[in-house]
Design a protein around this ligand. Sequence first.
Ligand SMILES: *[C@@H]1O[C@H](CO)[C@@H](O)[C@H](O)[C@H]1NC(C)=O
Ligand SMILES: *[C@@H]1O[C@H](CO)[C@@H](O)[C@H](O)[C@H]1NC(C)=O
Ligand SMILES: *[C@@H]1O[C@H](CO)[C@@H](O)[C@H](O)[C@H]1NC(C)=O
Ligand SMILES: *[C@@H]1O[C@H](CO)[C@@H](O)[C@H](O)[C@H]1NC(C)=O
Ligand SMILES: *[C@@H]1O[C@H](CO)[C@@H](O)[C@H](O)[C@H]1NC(C)=O
Ligand SMILES: *[C@@H]1O[C@H](CO)[C@@H](O)[C@H](O)[C@H]1NC(C)=O
Length: 818
Amino acid sequence: MRQQTSTILLLFFFVFLCWAQPSRPDEGRPSCDRCDMHLLCNCSHEGFTVVPTVTERALAFDLSFNNINVVNDDDLTGHTQLKVLSLQGNRLAVIRLSAFDHLFNLEELDLSDNELNVLNHKWFSQLAALQKLNLLANPYSCVGSPPVFQGLVNLRRLAFGGPHLKMLKRGDLSGVTELEELIVHANNLTGYESGALASIWPLGRVSLSLYEPFLTNTTLASAVLADVSYPETPLILEDLRLDGNQSVQPLREAAKRRVRYLTFRNVWISDEAIVDILVVLDGVPVTSISVEGVTLMGRGKWEKASWTDHKGIDEFLVKNIEVLPLFQFVSFLQLSFLLKYPRKVSVINAKVFVMPCATSGLLVNLQYLDLSDNLLTDLTLVETLCDGAGTLEDLRVLNISGNALKSLSTMSRLVKKLYKLTHLDISRTGYSSMPQHCSWPSTLRFLNISGAKLTKITPCLPATLEVLDLSNNNLKDFTLALPSLQELQLSGNKFLRLPSGSLFPNLQTMTIQSNTLGFFGHSDLQEYKRLQNLQAGQNKFVCSCEFVPFLQQTLKGGGDVHLTDREENYVCDSPFDLQGQPVVEVFLSVVVCHQVLFVSVCCVVTLLVGVLVWILLLRLHAFWYLKMTWAWLKAKQSSRRRRQRQQLLAEDNSEGLLSFDAFVSYSDRDATWVENFLVPELEEPGETDGDSRSSRPLNLCLHKRDFLPGHWIVDNIMSAMERSRRTVFILSENFVQSDWCRYELDFSHFWMFDGNVGRDAAILILLEPLSKDDVPKRFCKLRKLMNSTTYLEWPQEEERRGEFWRCLRQALRGEDDD
Ligand SMILES: *[C@@H]1O[C@H](CO)[C@@H](O)[C@H](O)[C@H]1NC(C)=O
Ligand SMILES: *[C@@H]1O[C@H](CO)[C@@H](O)[C@H](O)[C@H]1NC(C)=O
Ligand SMILES: *[C@@H]1O[C@H](CO)[C@@H](O)[C@H](O)[C@H]1NC(C)=O
Ligand SMILES: *[C@@H]1O[C@H](CO)[C@@H](O)[C@H](O)[C@H]1NC(C)=O
Ligand SMILES: *[C@@H]1O[C@H](CO)[C@@H](O)[C@H](O)[C@H]1NC(C)=O
Ligand SMILES: *[C@@H]1O[C@H](CO)[C@@H](O)[C@H](O)[C@H]1NC(C)=O
């Protein structure tokens, strides 16, 4: 009970403590640790609802597309290093006044796509280093005062506005003086004070979205255009609906100020509007007109403007055309009055299926023609290029990329007479084979046949080429010499090896990414005399012991060739255990790399250890002990068996099986003594001894004579011993050195102490004086025997031998004589 009370008290105490503690700014804020080695912290799309903490050393902090709705004063303290901050696509409605005060070094700030209703100048007061500011797509209706951008002395790129921007006043942009790029989204602008954008100069590029003003208040649109149009400032007009005479009138302001670069992007445009634009631009030195993303609402009747003058037009680009009433559409031919001026024409992704030869004939100044991503075929291309007659004689660059072309020989025939052609882009076409011979203009330097379906290279490729792009085909090898080639692109093919460098004596740059290269090495690169840059990532690298160190060194910049793609692209494909691992991170051990050496060393070491162990074992007589133990076990077993048999026999024959008086155990080297002295003396008793009893012949068992041939020697010995009353050991140096004698000794020992025969069953005869200490230590049993049994010494003097024999006989007769 007491304990419970104190626990509750303690709990209250802690709760009180926590409550009393002022909440720290970082408390509860999640952290984002997705920073890379360049300190670029990408925390976008992470679902953060507040600004997460991140290392203060971060240089870039991407918080785009989260759900953050407020930036607090403390959220970014300490980030004095930060250069780039993106809060795009959040729900930001509140930014505290000193939230950005510590970002002294911030160069780029993106607040677009949020819910900021007002802009406050205090946010930016400390951002003197800011160069790029994006405030697009927020619901503020005016830029606000005091002037928001006043302190941004280094601002070079500014984007602001949104669907709710209603008003732009003079002074709103004060402080902004010089810009490389200005983007204003003012589709719903209803009020504009003339001069609001006029103070900015020099002005690099202006992009304006003025949908409503162009439709409903052209005075306003004209005022805006008047303030930003300069001859050297490219003007981009976005999101327009140009329909009728009135809506194009604002362009007069731009024309008046002699705008030279005009781009329409994402526009709806009617036939009348086109004519009106041409009228407005009549005599104006516009050099470049681009129309990107255009929906044509008319039927292509533009000849009404054919009297207008557009001498200045140099470049004309149309991209992504959508023609609404496609089937009524006449043709672009109506623009023919424009065709004699431009040097550069691009009609990209415009569903062009033919350009009539007549039209081509009008393009007399044309040097650059880009018809990529259209519907041209071999047949219509023949028409477009007038069957190779050499129309378009000034053409230098021809781009027919992304068309459904099939015959490379037709292509080469068609351009053969374009004697100035240097660049030909026939990428992303349907070329699947290359003829053996082609005829190209001798000026051709650049050829792009990437993204076709080529499987083989032939001498069709001109030797004059300096840049050749064959990426994304199905090529396996390259055997053609191209002496002038400086750049070769072979990525996305099926090369297993680098092509031989001797074919390209002038090659400086090669890309061969995403092939099936297993490896390449120093010798491969050496064949390339001039190669400097190589990109060979994303291949099926076999991370062998030669390749890995070579590549690691090359990636570090050792060697003449630079690998210009990122090192993460070099990934092992095999062996299996290294699959997916970047080559720079691979560490191959000696075991793997110097296998032969390793195995040899291992073998030698094993051999040495083996020999050492062998020597050690020999030194310790381990084998001898082993052999002994084994023999002992075996012998014991067979002896048991024999004894059982004996017992059975003994019931019939009480005399037993003792058929010898003694088994003589001797070394073969002592055989002479045994045969010359022992056997005659004991088996053929001499007359010297009068005692008839003592001179009864004894029956000896000698291994030479009495062992059964073919039986196991240990068995023989055992049985000999068992069938003998005594065992006589002839001891000499020889005995000690002879193995079999040792067995015998051992078994006798076993017999004596293990069996039921008495201890005097063994008789030792020393042929030469042999002290116990002369017997090696490991013959412990012999030593024991010598201790316990009296032994007879063979006297060297003749006169003492009689005595010796007598003693011996006595010993042999032993108890049964008593
Ligand atoms: C951050 O990652 C997103 C994809 O999650 C990517 O679109 C964006 O470009 C990355 N930002 C930077 C600064 O690399
Ligand atoms: C003009 O503003 C309205 C809302 O005020 C918006 O719905 C509309 O999309 C805006 N128009 C354009 C072209 O942005
Ligand atoms: C057109 O814009 C100008 C300039 O802001 C303004 O004075 C005028 O009232 C507007 N006209 C209409 C019809 O809205
Ligand atoms: C277009 O309008 C302008 C003035 O607003 C006028 O001078 C011109 O004649 C008109 N053009 C056509 C083709 O109606
Ligand atoms: C040809 O057009 C394609 C697609 O528009 C472009 O990628 C390529 O760079 C162009 N080639 C040349 C030589 O301009
Ligand atoms: C070749 O064409 C492809 C596809 O149009 C383009 O991506 C590539 O950059 C071009 N190659 C060169 C070397 O310009």
